[in-house]
Design a protein around this ligand. Structure first.
Ligand code: SAM
Length: 281
């Protein structure tokens, strides 16, 4: 049998030998090209001495790239039990460096899996990717123990993650990500790179905690962004009426005729901090 550079079977052979026909319900769009998984892993360098949490390893293409690029320990959370034998074969090939956790990543706080700092690298299942990102960036203890996130999303979601004021893609997701992180799109990945190809282009996004944290309670920030972007084409004096309207805008020193999409993340934080507590009920 042919073997890949890392001494393990090619991923197509892994899929066939373990009967891993991709399932849409699990967001299974696999990357079978080890050059591409290597390129993704390199975005998270340095990996030597680092612990990496990977969500959704599937047949293990990205897992193999993380290990062959030197990650000290990969902890991979996979929901689909069919993938476990393939992942255990990788664990045998890299003794003591891969821990496979069978479970639903939505129910697992990655910081419970390891003691020190860690990275998160994943080709996320699209149906739960945004929720996982929100879980990781809204943890109460900040800065978080993760040092950086290197994640695959649909391109349109990636654009919303990195968007700032005056960008068409700017909305609640951009404000939440901008509040806590610095985020950038590193490169796009075409549909054909996946098996099976998804409907749209994808992109790799990297997020790191902001060096200058903006202090505000999450509930407050969510309240103002929901009101402001709920009616994004309206002036703020109109859209923010349910949470304090003109009086709130005056306290935050923001002109009432502005629209949500023109406000910087720092201005949203000012608005959120100026909210009257009875607007939070
Ligand atoms: N990393 C592999 C690759 O790049 O080829 C697979 C990526 S595929 C887009 C998403 C993977 O996440 C699948 O293996 C799927 O079974 C797994 N998955 C889906 N939902 C999950 C969940 N809630 N928790 C953990 N893994 C999940």
């Amino acid at each position: 049998m042919t073997i890949a550079l890392d001494g393990l079977p090619p991923l197509r052979v892994v899929l066939e030998s373990h009967g891993l026909d991709p399932r849409r319900a699990l967001g299974q769009n696999f990357l079978l090209d080890l050059n591409l998984t290597g390129r993704i892993a390199r975005q998270a360098l340095p990996l030597e001495g680092q612990v990496v949490v990977e969500v959704g390893p599937g047949p293990g293409g990205l897992t193999r790239a993380l290990l062959s690029h030197g990650a000290a320990h990969v902890i991979a959370i996979e929901k689909d039990a069919r993938c476990l034998p393939a992942l255990h074969a990788i664990a045998d090939h890299y003794p003591g460096r891969l821990t496979v956790v069978e479970g639903d990543a939505l129910r697992i706080d990655p910081s419970t899996l390891t003691e020190g700092p860690f990275k998160i690298v994943a080709n996320l299942p699209y149906n739960v990717g945004t929720q996982l990102l929100l879980d990781w960036i809204t943890v109460p203890d900040w800065p978080p123990r993760w040092t950086d996130l290197t994640l695959m999303f649909q391109k349109e979601v990636a654009q919303r993650i990195v968007a700032g004021a005056d960008d068409d893609h700017y909305g609640r997701l951009g404000v939440l990500c901008g509040w806590r992180t610095e985020a950038q799109i590193l490169f796009e990945v075409s549909r054909e790179a996946f098996t099976p190809p998804p409907k749209v282009t994808s992109a790799i996004v990297q997020l790191r905690p902001r060096p200058d944290p903006l202090l505000v309670e999450l509930g407050r920030l969510e309240r103002v962004t929901a009101a402001a972007f709920g009616q994004r084409r309206k002036m703020l004096r109109q859209s923010l009426k349910p949470v304090g309207g003109e009086a709130l805008l005056a306290r935050a020193e923001i002109e009432p005729q502005r629209r949500a999409e023109t406000l910087s993340v720092a201005e949203f934080v000012r608005l959120a901090n100026a909210l009257d507590s009875n607007a939070l009920d």
